[in-house]
Design a protein around this ligand. Structure first.
Ligand code: MGD
Ligand code: MGD
Ligand code: SF4
Ligand code: MO
Length: 760
C-alpha cells in the first residue's frame, strides 16, 4: 500500500495575478442556500477576504458573517487535506486518494459478493448541496450497483411537505408565494436566521419592504425570536399543538365563509370531509390546548383569509414538535388552497425558471399522486419509500439487525449521521458495526472518525457551481425561491491548498463506477422531489465514463436544456436577472380537465381525528419530565461552521431557558446542567433566554460528539439526538421521530475536570 499522496501540480487559475498582488474575483457563497454573490480577494492563490458583491442583482451586496468567514473555514487547521484510512487500533493513516478508492472498491466487491448489492446503502446530508454534480452522480452510482436504499437527512427535516403535497395535489402554475403578498403566515420557523420562508436576498430588507407596503406578517412560534419580534403579530403557543392550530384556523375560515368559494368549487374535492374533520377544533379548544388566546386565533384566521394574496409556510418546528408532519403540512396546503393562493389564468409568472426549460403553466390542479408505499420495504415499522425519502430513523436498525436486508456498507455523502440522526447511541452502535463506512468530510466529524475511509474533498471556492431560480411549484408553496429570474455561475477560483491531495466529492463515485465498470447517469434529485413529476420520465443523460469529465463538463450537461444557455449565464460574474423576452403567462385550464386538489384524503382525515383524541403527542414520554426540549438554530449550520470566526467567542449550543426556570432550579448563566429524557442524558451549559415560554428548553442540533467527549461540552456543545428515540413517538409515513417538544428534565451538575470547571 502506498500511503504517500501523489504530488499535486500547482497552477495559477485564470485571472489571478500571482504571486504577490491580490486580485478580486467574483463568485457566490455556498455556505447556505441564500447563495449571496461575493467578492473574493485572492492572494498567492489563497482566498484572503470575502465580502458581499454590490452588483448582485437580488442581494445588493448582502452577505452574512458566515460567508465572510469562508477564508477561515477553507483554511481551518482542522481541515482534512488528505484521505485517511482507519487502522484496526482506531488510529488513522494517510492514504493517497487513488489507493483509497482501489481499496474501497475491493472491499465493496467483497461485501457485494458475500451479501448482495442491497447490503450497500447511502446517507446524504446537507453538505451534499455544495457540489452541483454530487447527488445526481452518487445516486446514480447507488442505482447502478443495484442498491436500493438511499437515505437522506430529509426525513428528519420536513418530509411531510413532500408527502402531503402528493396527497393534496399540485397547482400546475406557481403559487402566489413571494410575488406581492398581502399576508404572510410563518409557523415554527426563523426566517431571519435560517433564510427559509422568504425569497433569497437580505431577510431584513424583504421584511422591511413588506411591512412598508402594508403586508401583515404573522408568526406562530413558541419562541419570541428576532424574526417574531419584527412581525406585525406574534402568537406564542406551547410547542406541539400545530395540528390543532391549523385545524382551528381552517375551521374559522370555513365557518365564517371567508374562503375563496369560487376557486374551491372549481378546483377542490373533499371539502365537506375536511369541514367535518376540523369541526371539533373550536377556537376555545385550540386556545386551551396551545395555551393561546382564542381571539388571537380568530384574528389570524380573518387577517389571513381576507387578504387577496399571500402565503403560509412552516419551518422545522411543527414537523419536529408534533411527529405528525404529513398531517400538519397537509393542513398548511389546505389553508393556502381554500384561500386560493395560486396564480390564475392570465397572470404573469415572475420566476419562470432559468436553468430548465419553461413548462407550460396552466391554471389547473394536478390531482394527488402516490406519496408512500412504494420502493424498498424497510424491515421496521412498516416503512417504505415516500415522496420525502426513505425513513432514516430506521437506518440504524437496518444496519444492526441481522438477516436479509442488513446493511453492511454505507457511503455518507456530505452528512454527519453520528450527531445529526435521532437516537445517537443507537446510530453510533450501527456505524461502528459496519464492514465498510466511507465518508467524504472536510473535517474529522463524529462520523468521519468512525469511517474506514475518509476522502478529503475540495471546498467552496475550489469548485465551479451554478444556481438559478426555479418556478415555485415543488417542495412547499413558499419555502425558498426568488423575486426575479436569476442565474449565477462561478468557476473554481482557487486551487486546493498547496500540497493537499483532495478530489471533488462526485469524483469518488465516478472513479468507483469506472473501476467497477458501471455506467453513471445524471439522476434527478429524488431526495428533494419537486412536483408534479413529469408523466413521462426521460432517461437521465449518460455520463462519459471513458475520459475524465470536469465539474464544468457535468454542469454543461445538467444545463443542456436550460432556458438561459450556460455561456450566457457565464457572461455575468455577479449573476444576473434573465427576464423572458415575452412575459410567461399562466394559461387557462385545459378543455375537459377534471383533476382537482384533494382536501379530504381519508388517511389525513383519520389522522386528524386521532390528533383530536391524542391531546398531547408527547404524553407517552412525559411522565416525570417537567420540561419540553425544543429545536432552534444558531449561526453555525448544523455540525458545520463550528469555528471561532462563526461562533465569535460563544462556542457550543447552550441550553436556553426562561429566567423563572433558571431561578427556580438555582441555575445561573454558564452553569452546567444535565438534560435527561427517557432515553438518555447529556450535559449542557445553561443560558437565560426570556424569549422562551417557561417550561421549555431550547437547544440547537448537531453539536457535540460521541459521549467520551462530553467533558468538552463548553467547547463543542452536546448532542441533543442522544435524548431521542426512533421508535416511540414518530410520524407514521416518514418515520420522523418526535424531535422538538421532547419531555426532559433539567438539573444542575457539579462535576470536576478541566472543561467542566469554569463558566464561559
Ligand atoms: N435533534 C435534532 N436532530 C436534527 C435536527 C434537529 O433540529 N434536531 N435537524 C435535522 C435536519 S433539518 C437536518 S437537515 C439534519 C442534518 O443532517 P446532516 O446533513 O447529516 O448533518 P450536517 O451536520 O449538516 O452534516 C454536514 C457534514 O458535512 C461536512 N461538510 C461541511 N462542509 C462540507 C463540504 O464542503 N464538503 C463536504 N464533503 N463535507 C462538508 C461537515 O463537516 C459535516 O460533517 O439534521 C437533522 N437532525
Ligand atoms: N443559521 C442557520 N441557518 C440554517 C441552518 C442552521 O443550522 N443555521 N440549518 C438549515 C436547515 S438544515 C434547515 S432544515 C433550516 C431550518 O430552518 P427553521 O425551520 O427556520 O429552523 P429553526 O431556526 O430551528 O426554527 C424552528 C422554529 O420552530 C420553533 N419550534 C420548536 N418546536 C415547535 C413546535 O412544536 N411548534 C412550533 N410552531 N414551533 C416550534 C422554534 O422555536 C424555532 O424558532 O435552516 C437552514 N438554515
Ligand atoms: S446568507 Fe451568509 S452563509 Fe448564506 S449564502 Fe449568504 S453569506 Fe453565505
Ligand atoms: Mo435541514
Amino acid at each position: 500500500m502506498n500511503t504517500t499522496p501523489p504530488e499535486r501540480v500547482a497552477h495559477t487559475p485564470p485571472g489571478v495575478t500571482s504571486p504577490g498582488g491580490a486580485t478580486i474575483q467574483k463568485s457566490f457563497c455556498r455556505v447556505c442556500n441564500n447563495g449571496c454573490p461575493i467578492l473574493v480577494e485572492i492572494e498567492d492563490g489563497l482566498v484572503r477576504k470575502v465580502t458581499g458583491d454590490p452588483a448582485g442583482p437580488l442581494h445588493h451586496g448582502y452577505s452574512c458573517h458566515r460567508g465572510r468567514a469562508l477564508p477561515q473555514l477553507m483554511y481551518d487547521p482542522a481541515r482534512e487535506l488528505f484521505s485517511t484510512r482507519r487502522m484496526p487500533d482506531g488510529s488513522r493513516v494517510r492514504i493517497g486518494v487513488d489507493d483509497a478508492i482501489d481499496e474501497i472498491v475491493a472491499k465493496l466487491r467483497d461485501v457485494i459478493a458475500r451479501h448482495g448489492p442491497d447490503s450497500v446503502a447511502m446517507y446524504v446530508g446537507t453538505a451534499s448541496s455544495k457540489s452541483v454534480p454530487l447527488i445526481p452522480l452518487s445516486d446514480s452510482f447507488l442505482e447502478a450497483i443495484g442498491a436500493t436504499r438511499g437515505w437522506s437527512a430529509n426525513t428528519l427535516d420536513q418530509p411531510g411537505k413532500q408527502i402531503a403535497h402528493g396527497l393534496h395535489g399540485y397547482w400546475m402554475a406557481p403559487s402566489q408565494s413571494f410575488d406581492n403578498p398581502e399576508v404572510i403566515l410563518w409557523i415554527g420557523i426563523n426566517p431571519a436566521m435560517t433564510y427559509t420562508g422568504l425569497p433569497c436576498g437580505s431577510p431584513k430588507v424583504f421584511m422591511r419592504d413588506q411591512l412598508r407596503k402594508g403586508t401583515r406578517i404573522i408568526m406562530i412560534d413558541p419562541r419570541a425570536h428576532d424574526t417574531a419580534r419584527r412581525c406585525t403579530m406574534h402568537i406564542q403557543p406551547r410547542p406541539g399543538h400545530d395540528v390543532a392550530i391549523m385545524a382551528g384556523l381552517i375551521r374559522i375560515i370555513l365557518s365564517e365563509k371567508l374562503h375563496d368559494q369560487a376557486f374551491v368549487a372549481e378546483n377542490v374535492e373533499g371539502l365537506d370531509a375536511l369541514r367535518a374533520a376540523v369541526e371539533p377544533f373550536t377556537p376555545a379548544l385550540v386556545a386551551e390546548r396551545a395555551d393561546i388566546a382564542a381571539e388571537d386565533l380568530v384574528k389570524v384566521a380573518r387577517i389571513f383569509a381576507q387578504a387577496k394574496r399571500g402565503y403560509v409556510v412552516a419551518g422545522t418546528g411543527p414537523s419536529m414538535g408534533t411527529a405528525q408532519g404529513t398531517l400538519f403540512e397537509y393542513l398548511v396546503l389546505a389553508l393556502d388552497t381554500i384561500c386560493g393562493h395560486y396564480l390564475r389564468a392570465g397572470e404573469e409568472v415572475i420566476t419562470p425558471g432559468t436553468l430548465e426549460p419553461v413548462p407550460a403553466f396552466k391554471a389547473q390542479a394536478h390531482g394527488p399522486i402516490q406519496a408512500f408505499g412504494y420502493g424498498p420495504r424497510l424491515r421496521f415499522r412498516g416503512f417504505t419509500d415516500t415522496l420525502g425519502g426513505l425513513p432514516v430513523s430506521a437506518m440504524a436498525e437496518e444496519i444492526l439487525t441481522p438477516g436479509e436486508g442488513q446493511v453492511r456498507a454505507l457511503f455518507v455523502v456530505g452528512g454527519n449521521p453520528a450527531t445529526a440522526v435521532t437516537d445517537q447511541l443507537q446510530m453510533l452502535e450501527a456505524l461502528g458495526s459496519l464492514e465498510l463506512l466511507v465518508t467524504t468530510d472536510i473535517q474529522m466529524s463524529a462520523t468521519a472518525k468512525l469511517s474506514h475511509y475518509n476522502i478529503a474533498p475540495t471546498m467552496h471556492l475550489e469548485t465551479a457551481a451554478i444556481r438559478g431560480d426555479k418556478p415555485p411549484t415543488g417542495y412547499a408553496n413558499s419555502y425558498a425561491g426568488s423575486l426575479a429570474p436569476f442565474a449565477h455561475y462561478t468557476p473554481a477560483l482557487v486551487e486546493p491548498p498547496p500540497g493537499s491531495d483532495v478530489i471533488e466529492e462526485w469524483e469518488l463515485y465516478y472513479r468507483m463506477a469506472q473501476r467497477m465498470g458501471v455506467q453513471l447517469r445524471l439522476n434527478p434529485m429524488r431526495y428533494y422531489t419537486t412536483s408534479p413529476p413529469p408523466k413521462i420520465r426521460r432517461e437521465p443523460p449518460a455520463i462519459d465514463m471513458t475520459g475524465a469529465p470536469t465539474t464544468d463538463d457535468i454542469i454543461a450537461l445538467m444545463t443542456a436544456r436550460a432556458r438561459i444557455p450556460l455561456d450566457e449565464v457565464k457572461r455575468h460574474p455577479s449573476g444576473a436577472l434573465f427576464p423572458p423576452d415575452t412575459p410567461v403567462i399562466v394559461q387557462p385550464k385545459d378543455a375537459g380537465w377534471t383533476e382537482k386538489f384533494d382536501l379530504g384524503n381519508p388517511l389525513m382525515m383519520r389522522d386528524l381525528a386521532e390528533a383530536f383524541e391524542t391531546i398531547d403527542v408527547a404524553r407517552d414520554l412525559a411522565e416525570g419530565h417537567a420540561f419540553r426540549l425544543m429545536c432552534r438554530r444558531q449561526h453555525q449550520l448544523n455540525s458545520s461552521l463550528q469555528i471561532p470566526a462563526v461562533d465569535r467567542g460563544k462556542p457550543g449550543n447552550p441550553a436556553y431557558m426562561h429566567s423563572t426556570d433558571m431561578a427556580r432550579l438555582g441555575i445561573a448563566d454558564g452553569d452546567l446542567v444535565e438534560i435527561s429524557s427517557s432515553r438518555s442524558a447529556i450535559p449542557a451549559v445553561a443560558m437565560t433566554d426570556d424569549e422562551l415560554r417557561p417550561g421549555t428548553v431550547s437547544m440547537a442540533q448537531c453539536f457535540g460528539d460521541t459521549p467520551e467527549f462530553d467533558d468538552r461540552v463548553r467547547e463543542i456543545g452536546s448532542c441533543t439526538n442522544r435524548l431521542l428515540w426512533n421508535d416511540r413517538v414518530y410520524e407514521r409515513y416518514s418515520g420522523q421521530p418526535l424531535m422538538s417538544n421532547v419531555p426532559v428534565n433539567v438539573k444542575p451538575i457539579i462535576k470536576t475536570g478541566p472543561a467542566y470547571a469554569e463558566p464561559v
